[in-house]
Design a protein around this ligand. Structure first.
Ligand code: FBP
Length: 297
């Protein structure tokens, strides 16, 4: 597998480098790897995600986990950042998620509207902004325009842009599904084309049933999961790739996923529900195991 892109190889402004340095070297596993703890689920899924571990409804609890677990950063929407970040300044970096949507309507025309700005991120002392781009959605034209405005603001203010690159909508379902290699590979490449410094992807599936409209280059592929993950990392080019955890899975499966992604060239992991849906001691234990394997990768 190709070595992951290093910060020094990225042609980015000094402001972006300073901030990415905190996320990839100063906090968390370091040595160019990042481990982020997202808490944007109150927007994306609503409070139902907090039922498994009732303590997790309190953002202060997630902050304590982020600090004690030595995460590289915590990902929040503006309201939670404004109300809870103060006591934790300097103890864990902030990534401000600046767009979002609820899961109440269907994903057919998925579009994530801005609820904050890059200037809010600067004001709050964030080290990056997060932006969700719905790849292949009928609303992607609007999304491209909104994303381009955010990118320009990021350039102006020296703020790294992390794109959550999510294939969504009926068209992608016909062409293999949102987690197919075709979809995730496209999402990886698109994030680079759109100017992301970092992209967050879901792990591609390699054993999903073939769909009739799937492009032939992908329907004929017979590759392992590790090769598929390596392929999407290459498609992202100099955009650093993070993989997400998804819904809660066993310790064994989560560690295997983390190891496979890191070995395939990922620059990091963004694991939310798999961490804070576990009770405190279990969450710290799995965090430390993930950190150990990231340090070795
Ligand atoms: P998880 O590790 O909990 O999956 O969090 C990563 C993340 O990208 C969150 O930032 C976001 O809220 C969530 O996944 C979206 O998940 P889904 O695609 O299942 O709606």
């Amino acid at each position: 597998m190709p070595p992951a892109t290093k910060l020094d190889e990225m042609d980015i402004s000094t402001g972006k480098k300073v901030r990415l340095h905190r996320l990839f070297y100063r906090f968390g596993p370091g040595r160019g790897k990042t481990l982020l703890l997202p808490l944007d689920h109150g927007v994306e899924h609503g409070p139902s995600d907090f039922f498994d571990n009732p303590d997790s409804v309190d953002p202060d609890y997630i902050f304590k986990l982020a600090v004690k677990g030595k995460y590289s950063g915590i990902v929040l929407h503006v309201g939670v950042a404004e109300k809870y970040f103060g006591p934790y300044v300097g103890r864990v970096p902030l990534v401000l998620k600046i767009n979002g949507k609820t899961n109440i309507p269907s994903d057919a025309e998925a579009f994530s509207a801005l609820d904050a700005s890059v200037e809010d991120a600067v004001r709050l002392g964030a080290d990056a902004v997060g932006y969700t781009l719905y790849v292949g959605s009928p609303s992607q034209d609007l999304d491209f325009i909104q994303c381009a405005e955010v990118r320009r603001e990021c350039e102006r203010l020296g703020m790294p842009l992390i794109i959550w690159s999510y294939p969504r909508g009926e068209a992608i379902e016909k062409k293999g599904g949102r987690d197919s290699l075709y979809a995730v590979d496209y999402a990886a490449r698109l994030s680079c084309e759109m100017g992301a410094d970092v992209v967050k992807l879901n792990e591609p599936e390699v054993d999903n049933p073939k769909k009739s409209d799937e492009p032939k280059q992908y329907s004929g592929l017979d590759i392992s999961l590790e090769e598929a993950v390596g392929k999407v990392v290459r498609s992202a080019g100099k955009t650093l790739v993070l993989f997400s955890g998804g819904s809660k899975i066993s310790d064994e499966d989560l560690l295997a996923k983390a190891e496979l992604c890191m070995n395939a060239g990922a620059a990091g992991l963004i694991f939310g529900r798999n961490m804070w849906q576990r009770l405190w001691d279990d969450a710290l234990e799995i965090t430390s195991k993930v950190q150990d394997l990231m340090k070795k990768a």
